[in-house]
Design a binder for this molecule. Structure first.
Ligand SMILES: *Cc1c(COP(=O)(O)O)cnc(C)c1O
Length: 405
């Protein structure tokens, strides 16, 4: 297995992680994606690019994000010790700024004027609008009309930041239609625009590039944990939507075979079609949005409807490297339900004073279960991918009664 793990450090030249990944795109895009790959390969070898990005991570994002021992919660559970990697403390409140800054710098270095993307809940849109303003790029964010109404505060944030929020009135007027319209807009002018993908998904080089930008999380965590506790954590846990915060943490530890690694997918309301988004747990290999990976699909290869209480986890595909990590058994993919996640959100809030994003609460829900089966000398490091500010109104409205509110 160790050879497989080493080979996974990079996809091959065509962007394959084992049989997953690659680039399934219209011929007109091939030369454009090749250019992006070439530009990225060049800057990734350029020390001045890394210096510029690392300075922004430090002075703008507030990195390194701390590691915090959850003493109250761990003692209450009475098993293994749980630690958080605090990506929730980053500027803009989540891990997404790590790759948005990387993509914005790449866009600028390629001489493009505008960076574009779709957004569902608005988290990727806000992080990208932030990075665009800092680096000096125009920014167009495509968003379904339904989501614009639902996610009003993030729409306002993007507008204050100077981004153009472009309403999409097609189809169900939500994320999938926003992807389609943004993609069409991209095809109209791929020379002056860069499409910034929001996770480790899409055609090569995006799964590799977004992973590389997020890998700062794992590199920091490894060093911090070793320095502070004199050893590495025994277990890693992260939630998996597209899989960027998870691979960001995991990538530094894949070759440490004594460490158990867990990716947590949303089982939503249950495992009937349309009630969950547990792609690796319930899906099968196929092609979507330009890459091959596990997918939730019907018998014709069409993506199934997906659902999770966490809009950031609600995607029928998953990053191709995760598909390989599942197949070779290096990472175990498990699930947490809506209810378990909401319980975990209140538990972390009320034992430690940290309100997590609902996405991150899925990782906490599994970590609490895992801790129960461990002894106090064993450790779990959870990637707390984001803060819960964006979720509080929804949580109180939908679930407040169950928690005395
Ligand atoms: C977007 C988001 C996620 C899911 O994306 P990944 O690419 O799977 O990391 C998880 N947590 C938060 C806070 C998010 O905003």
């Amino acid at each position: 297995m160790s050879n497989d793990i080493k080979n996974m450090a990079m996809p091959d030249e065509k962007g394959y992680f084992g049989e997953y990944g690659g680039s399934f795109i219209p011929p007109v895009l091939e030369s454009i994606l090749n250019e992006i790959t070439a530009a990225y390969t060049e800057i990734s070898k350029d020390p001045s690019f890394h210096e510029e990005l690392n300075n922004l991570y430090q002075d703008y994002v507030g990195r390194p994000s701390p590691i915090f021992y959850l003493k109250n919660l761990s003692e209450k559970i009475g098993g293994g010790k749980i630690f958080l990697k605090r990506e929730d403390l980053n500027h803009t409140g989540a891990h997404k700024i790590n790759h948005c800054l990387g993509e914005a710098l790449l866009c600028k270095k390629m001489g493009k004027k505008k960076i574009i993307a779709e957004t569902g809940a608005g988290q990727h849109g806000v992080a990208l609008a932030t990075a665009a303003v800092l680096v000096g790029l125009e920014c167009d964010i495509y968003m379904g009309e339904i989501d614009i109404v639902k996610e009003h505060p993030n729409v306002i944030r993007m507008k204050i930041l100077g981004a153009n929020v472009i309403p999409v009135d097609r189809g169900t007027r939500t994320l999938k239609d926003a992807v389609d319209v943004a993609f069409e807009a991209y095809l109209e002018d791929p020379v002056n625009q860069l499409y910034a993908i929001g996770s480790v998904v899409g055609p090569h080089p995006f799964p590799m590039m977004v992973r590389d930008f997020q890998s700062v999380v794992g590199r920091e965590a490894k060093k911090q944990f070793q320095e502070r506790y004199g050893k590495l954590p025994d277990n890693l846990v992260a939630c998996v939507g597209g899989g960027s915060n998870a691979i960001g943490l995991f990538s530094a530890f894949l070759e440490d075979e004594d460490i158990s690694i867990f990716g947590v997918e949303p089982s939503g309301r249950g495992f009937d079609d349309g009630d969950h988004a547990a792609t690796l747990t319930k899906g099968s290999p196929g092609v979507l949005h330009g890459f091959k990976s596990y997918l939730l699909q019907d018998e014709n290869g069409e993506p199934l409807p997906v659902y999770s209480v966490a809009s950031g986890l609600d995607y029928p595909g998953v990053g191709p490297q995760h598909s390989l990590l599942k197949d070779i058994g290096r990472v175990q993919y498990v699930t947490a339900s809506d209810k378990e996640a909401i319980d975990a959100l209140f538990e972390l809030s009320r034992t430690e004073g940290i309100i997590p994003a609902i996405e991150s609460a899925h990782a906490m829900a599994f970590a609490e279960k895992l801790a129960k089966d461990l002894s106090p000398d064993q450790t779990i490091l959870v990637n707390l991918s984001g803060r819960g500010d964006k979720d509080i109104d929804f949580v109180v409205e939908q679930y407040g009664k169950d928690y005395g509110l």
